[in-house]
Design a protein around this ligand. Structure first.
Ligand SMILES: [Zn+2]
Ligand SMILES: [Zn+2]
Length: 346
């Protein structure tokens, strides 16, 4: 078995698939690491807007080029690579302005096309042409390179604000993306970073890295401690309407609200909360996923020494992936990745 396919709600089929033979302009990646994220869990449990079944999930992966089709340089075989999962049309106004994540023709590996929950992933010719398969410098581990997509989403969010003029930031939810958000805000020099997180294990881990991590209800006291009446920026990294409301309520006048995490709980946001946007004159920016320039920046950051090793990663074999997809809460594992054979060599 080298592939798992999502065939229906909470239904996975294990298959042995031969290595695909690439057509003109195509490439085959031998996947080495593939992250299993909250979106994959959502796809497994309830489906997702962009998901088309049956599907090999997996949109956060790195590996080695195993084969190339006609017209692709054969020297690239054996190259260590990371893959940006979105294939945009490259022609529309969004694509031409560098916002390919907004392209209406977008096809995403792991959603519209098969992704990294298989030993081999075929990259279509338009993806190869768009440059979604990127070489990873020797000093960047492939297990880090597999995080280019989630880090790219964080880069995309932070690109919308002005971190140089942000002194204090509140992150709601200290999971993988909240942790990466905190790391990158610190990298850009934001002085006061507070992460509100109900899970004690996650708070401990964040505190070990010298972040201020607190229970959500402790926010007001903390603001007093660090001497602010409200945060310059607040970014929910958890999909609950409660976090949305807390973020809006914790901002100072003229603050920045990053609508990073879509809401899954169906909870209502009250007019009282929304009116804060009006009275406080908040800036609000929504982001969904990331564009090719964001994953390129994520890889550049890693190449320049932005170090993700503080983020605990648990690796599992493909056979264990379904159990990980079933977990609703990732209390014990922070970030889980599938590791294919030969992975630890790189
Ligand atoms: Zn993801
Ligand atoms: Zn386009």
């Amino acid at each position: 078995m080298n592939t798992i396919v999502l065939t229906g709600r909470e239904t996975i089929a294990a298959e042995e698939r031969p290595m695909p033979s690439p057509g003109p302009g195509e490439m085959v990646i031998a996947v080495v690491y593939c992250g299993i994220c909250r979106t994959d869990r959502k796809c497994y449990r309830q489906g997702q807007r962009d998901l088309h079944l049956p599907r090999v999930l997996g949109h956060e992966f790195s590996g080695v080029i195993a084969a190339v089709g006609e017209g692709v340089a054969e020297e690239r075989i054996g190259e260590r690579v990371t893959v940006h999962p979105g294939i945009a049309c490259a022609e529309c106004a969004h694509c031409r302005s560098g916002n390919d994540q907004c392209c209406r023709e977008m096809k995403i590996l792991g959603f519209h096309l098969d992704g990294g929950f298989s030993r081999y992933c075929l990259i279509p010719a338009d993806g190869v042409k768009n440059g979604i398969v990127r070489p990873v410098p020797d000093h960047v581990p492939l297990r880090h390179a597999a995080m280019c997509e989630p880090l790219g989403c964080v880069v995309h969010m932070i690109r919308q604000m002005d971190p140089k003029n942000t002194d204090s930031a509140l992150i709601l939810g200290g999971g993988v993306l909240g942790f990466m958000m905190a790391m990158l805000l610190r990298h850009y020099g934001v002085r006061h970073i507070v992460i509100s997180e109900p899970n004690e294990k996650k708070r401990k881990l964040l505190r070990r890295r010298d972040y201020i991590a607190c229970l959500p209800e402790k926010n007001p006291e903390l603001m007093e401690d660090i001497g602010v009446s409200g945060f310059d920026a607040a970014i929910p990294c958890a999909p609950y309407s409660e976090c949305f409301a807390q973020a809006v309520n914790s901002l100072k006048n003229d603050g920045f609200f990053g609508f990073f995490s879509g809401l899954i709980d169906g909870g209502a946001i009250t007019a009282k909360v929304l009116n804060q946007i009006h009275y406080k004159e908040l800036s609000v920016k929504g982001v969904y996923g990331c564009g090719t320039r964001d994953t390129a920046e994520a890889l550049r950051l890693m190449a320049d020494g932005f170090d993700l090793s503080a983020l605990p990663v648990t690796t599992v074999g493909l056979g264990e992936a379904e159990n990980v997809l079933k977990q609703t809460e990732t209390e014990n594992a922070f970030l889980t990745m599938i590791e294919y054979e030969g992975g630890n060599a790189k």
